[in-house]
Design a protein around this ligand. Structure first.
Ligand code: PMP
Length: 427
């Protein structure tokens, strides 16, 4: 328990005795990069500090919510104020209305919406509503797409499922798996074929408008448009899963960026400013099916929690057009810097990037789908991750998770990441 790693080692041991893998979410175990889990004590701006006092420049960004940086004063102040006022009062509060109106104003396709406590619940509920609205059962998702851990959504999922290299999950019923059709991302002909084969039986297509759970893969021109056209023609619903992209890729989410009008949208992460949250919503007629207005049951003891609402409002209010320009240029500068550093080191990489979401693939050429992404060199990523960590840069502990930049990642932070990468690519 002494030495530079003393407190971390002790906490890791205690955590291992409590939690599977010593963690409360699998990717935090750092297994795919061959390291021990970090025990982080605090975060401020672009930096996090472990329990032994070691600081890291962070690009995990809380897996997406920390778009303003960690412990942003406006967010902390809003949470403190909401906490002092009392929370979880078990009735509707003004902050729910405030945040709900902000979401609707920014994403006009969300005519009506519901708050949940996680992205998983938002997706699970959106799918239930879509099945009720269409009176159909099948749901199309794309390989490598991660939509939370509800049973039907774990088939060929991204994120931790891809990181662990498992095809799905034990404990999922055959019926749940059979109701999910998995297609390759960006494959327009597979999509057309699926709609021909299952005409009139598909309740919904759910898609990450930018795939961000097998690294970052942008949609090819026509892909999202085809999904929209085919779902509309077949009478099935389009669910855009904007849990990551919502308020990260622009004030109107990916749906504004790519000009796609979904029937339903799922949100999470940024809209809660780092507090637990999810939301789903869309067409008023479809959302009218949700209880108590309609027959689709969905509820939550802590839904619309005042601390989450307060943090979300403060976060959205701090984001303006200039913020998105800054995030875009931070992403651009990092991409360029990493490309030059890799070139100088004679290292073959491909960078997938949209705005402030970015992934370094150790492969030749940008992947277009999950199969290509998963074929990137994991062992090299693990070595790169380790070298970066030792240099004080905390990357996602998986080759298939996006790097999330924040407004706290200024020029000097980007330069520090690139400088460390220059050495790490050589190692
Ligand atoms: N959808 C997407 C696109 C996600 O990236 C995630 C989580 N990373 C989820 C849904 C699930 O959200 P949560 O972890 O809050 O349940």
């Amino acid at each position: 328990m002494t030495g530079p790693d003393g407190r971390q080692a002790a906490y890791r041991e205690r955590a291992r005795a409590l939690f599977p893998g010593g963690v409360n979410s699998p990717v935090r175990a750092f297994r795919s990069v061959g390291r021990e889990p970090l025990i982080l004590a605090s975060g401020a701006g672009a930096w996090v500090t472990d329990v032994d006092g070691r600081r890291y420049l962070d690009v995990i960004g809380g897996w997406g919510p920390a778009i303003l940086g960690h412990a942003h004063p406006a967010v902390v102040g809003a949470i403190r104020e909401a906490a002092n006022a009392g929370f979880a009062l078990g009735a509707t509060g003004p902050l729910e209305v405030e945040l709900g109106e902000r979401l609707k104003a920014r994403l006009p396709s969300m005519q009506r919406l519901r708050f949940t406590s996680s992205g998983t619940e938002a997706v699970m509920s959106a799918i239930r509503v879509a099945r009720a609205a269409t009176e159909r059962e099948l749901v199309v998702k794309f390989a490598g797409g991660y939509h939370g851990h509800s049973d039907g959504m774990l088939a060929e999922a991204g994120s931790g499922v891809a990181t662990l290299g498992i095809p799905g999950s034990a404990g999922v019923t055959a019926a749940a798996a059979a109701a999910t059709i998995v297609l390759p991302y960006n494959d327009r002909s597979a999509l057309t074929y699926a709609f021909a084969q299952h005409a009139g039986r598909i309740a919904a297509v759910i898609v990450e408008p930018v795939a961000a759970n097998v690294g970052v893969i942008p949609p090819e021109p026509g892909f999202l448009e085809d999904i929209r056209a085919l779902t509309r023609h077949d009478g099935s619903l389009l669910i855009l899963d904007e849990v990551i992209t919502g308020f990260r890729l622009g004030p109107g989410g990916a749906q504004a960026r790519y000009g796609i009008q979904p029937d339903l949208t799922t949100l999470g992460k940024i809209i809660g400013g780092g507090m637990p949250i999810g939301a789903y919503g869309g067409r008023a007629d479809v959302m009218g099916l949700v209880a108590p207005d309609g027959p689709v049951y969905q509820a939550g003891t802590l839904s619309g929690h005042a601390l989450s609402m307060a943090a979300g409002i403060a976060t959205l209010d701090a984001l303006d057009d200039e913020s998105y320009l800054a995030l875009e240029s931070a992403g651009e500068a990092l991409e360029e810097g990493l490309e030059v550093a890799a070139l100088e080191a004679g290292r073959t990489i491909a960078i997938g990037r949209v705005g402030s979401l970015l992934t370094v693939y150790f492969r030749d050429g940008r992947p277009h789908d999950a199969a290509e992404a998963l074929d990137a060199d994991r062992a090299t990523y693990a070595r790169f991750f380790g070298a970066m960590l030792d240099a004080g840069i905390l990357l996602p502990p998986s080759p298939f998770e996006a790097w999330f930049l924040s407004l706290a990642h200024g020029r000097s932070e980007i330069a520090a990441i690139v400088a460390a990468a220059r050495t790490a690519f050589r190692a």
